[in-house]
Design a protein around this ligand. Sequence first.
Ligand code: HEC
Length: 185
Amino acid sequence: MKPFFIGLFLLGVVILNTALKPSPTQSLNYRHLGDSLSLKAQQTLLSNLLGAIEKGGTAYAVDFCHENASPLTNSVSSQAKIQRVSARNRNPDNATTIFDKKILDVFEGNAPLKDTLVAIPKGYVYYKPIRIGMSTCLQCHGQPKKDIEAATAKTIQKKYRFDKATGYQMGQLRGAWKLTFLVDK
Ligand code: HEC
């Protein structure tokens, strides 16, 4: 009788394993979706940021981002919770979890990834690196005094007392897009 029960147990393990494992097709789809939604979010933020700088200058654009960065990001899609996370965050809401930090370390490592999808019990989390890709970023994230004008620095200090997001150089990793998809697997 014993082998029968062992066999039954093994069959159970196999069935459970297949049921819980994300199908490769499903994870591929969420990776594609993460890629396109984060691109859309990035384009939305960037065009609004450049528009604000043009309209009222850099210090004004800090105010603008303070009011609008999160609502704009949230408005991109209802399919995912869309966030930006950074180990040196400006907005306290954008701080990393221990797991986010591990992913950022991989993005910063010797063999940086283009993006990554992580399976969680309730769905998937998609991450994509955000780098200082244009000199405009330095106006608010570069060296104080050298890249950041006094008026801009003052507004940043006023709106974000615990700002950690300065001192960056071109090409450096600034943070990551983090898209959480809740899915019935
Ligand atoms: C006009 C000033 C300004 C410019 C220019 C600017 N940022 Fe920011 N950035 C901010 C502000 C303000 C926040 C906080 C927004 C918020 O409250 O959600 C921020 C937040 C971020 C965050 C989210 C993490 C955090 O620290 O809170 C990332 C990532 C980021 N910026 C990347 C960039 C990149 C890349 C560029 C260049 C394309 C750029 N920024 C240009 C002002 C600026």
